[in-house]
Design a protein around this ligand. Structure first.
Ligand SMILES: [Zn+2]
Length: 229
């Protein structure tokens, strides 16, 4: 019979190697409106207060001037990542300009390409950067975004963010339904471009059951939805 104590004793006789310094790749995911961007800005603030230097990145910012904006009204300028941006190159350019980079914050990380997530992992391993990614796990069909999938595969830490986003029935909201004319859309492009016929399309956070059945809250305006106009 092995007790926890004897297991520790057995392990203690194994020569241990000092773990090399490394950064960590962290993936914070949740439905829209769950407070991810607020958390991203809080983490950035905490690091900056310690004298650390960060690079704040965002993918598919809709505002035109890239920024992380939280629903509680705080914003911070960010660097927009394009589809083919090599994140390692961005960091090297900072270094070449004599700037320090201690950590990265990436908002809307579900829109990253798989190679971009791999670049983030490389920066954590080889440049000891702490990488904080924030985003939505699944699209309007309840399928993983490609960037989210690669983050689930590679991240050192997975952090579900569940801050008071509820389905209209009161259960935790887990899926972002794409809604038009009070019906859930099940097909279409993963990324809906805001200026193409999207005026009538909105998103609504639902629990799994109501995402599955397509039952929407009878009242038209609810705090778990975001109008895409
Ligand atoms: Zn529900």
């Amino acid at each position: 019979m092995t007790t926890p104590g004897s297991f520790d004793d057995a392990l203690s006789s194994v020569p241990r190697r000092v773990a090399p310094a490394t950064g960590r790749l962290r993936w914070y995911f949740g439905p829209m409106d769950c407070g991810k961007s607020t958390l991203a800005l809080q983490i950035d603030h905490n690091h900056a207060r310690q004298g650390r230097h960060g690079l704040v990145l965002v993918r598919h910012d809709r505002s035109g001037s890239p920024q992380i904006s939280s629903r509680i009204g705080i914003t911070r300028h960010a660097t927009e990542l394009e589809e083919l941006t090599d994140v390692r190159q961005l960091v090297r350019e900072r270094w070449a300009a004599g700037l320090r980079v201690d950590y990265l914050i990436v908002d809307e990380a579900q829109f990253l390409s798989a190679p971009q997530v791999e670049q983030l992992a490389e920066l954590a391993d080889d440049a000891q950067l702490d990488v904080y990614c924030f985003g939505i796990a699944t699209d309007f069909r309840s399928m993983l975004f490609p960037g989210a999938q690669r983050l689930f595969e590679l991240a050192d830490e997975l952090h579900p963010v569940q801050v008071e986003v509820l389905c209209w029935c009161g259960l935790p909201g887990r899926f972002n339904a794409r809604v038009q004319d009070d019906r859930i859309l099940r097909e279409g492009d993963t990324v809906l471009v805001a200026d193409t016929d999207a005026a009538e399309v909105r998103y609504q956070v639902l629990c799994r059951k109501h995402f599955r059945t397509g039952e929407l809250d009878p009242s038209p305006v609810h705090r778990g939805q975001l109008s895409l106009t």
